[in-house]
Design a protein around this ligand. Structure first.
Ligand SMILES: [Cu+2]
Length: 157
């Protein structure tokens, strides 16, 4: 069978690109241990209320201008969190899980954006350098009340 020279070049370049791509993915996953966030921390979604730290959700001060915010996402709310106020410059470690379906966790105007998967402990950290009103919202369609799923977060002086 005759294959045109240009076709051969394209086949080699195409296959080569695929091999390089798979090698990068493989090295990242197996040699460097990169996994989706929090994949190694799991819990039973039916027992969220009695599993630490979700048995005591809310905002806790854990250091000098450092906070942990434990939240439970459930259709269609972020359970047991209200009046969230933190001082300017605070670093907040968000620890979130879901009791039912996959929810989103996004704070517009920041880089905070993750999926909240049931059965997993999902974590993200952010330092709030500016004063202002923020909104923690679900950006993953989760049902008829999805658009109401948000909690305000205020950064004060
Ligand atoms: Cu949602």
């Amino acid at each position: 069978m005759h294959i045109h020279k240009f076709e051969k070049i394209w086949l080699i370049v195409g296959s080569g690109t695929l091999v390089v791509f798979l090698l990068i993915i493989g090295i990242n996953a197996f040699a460097m241990g990169h996994t989706p966030p929090s994949d190694d921390e799991i819990l039973d979604p039916q027992e969220v209320d009695i599993t630490a730290p979700f048995d005591e959700p809310g905002l806790k001060k854990i250091g000098e201008n450092e906070y942990e915010l434990v939240m439970i996402a459930q259709a269609f709310t972020f359970q047991s969190v209200q009046d969230l106020k933190i001082p300017k410059g605070a670093t907040v470690h968000f620890t979130v899980t879901s009791k039912d379906v996959v929810h989103g966790f996004q704070i517009p105007k920041t880089n905070v954006n993750m999926m909240v998967t049931p059965g997993h402990v999902n974590k993200i950290t952010h330092t709030f350098d500016d004063v202002g009103q923020f909104l923690i919202l679900c950006n993953e369609y989760c049902g008829v009340g999805h658009q109401a799923m948000g909690v305000p977060l205020e950064v004060i002086e």
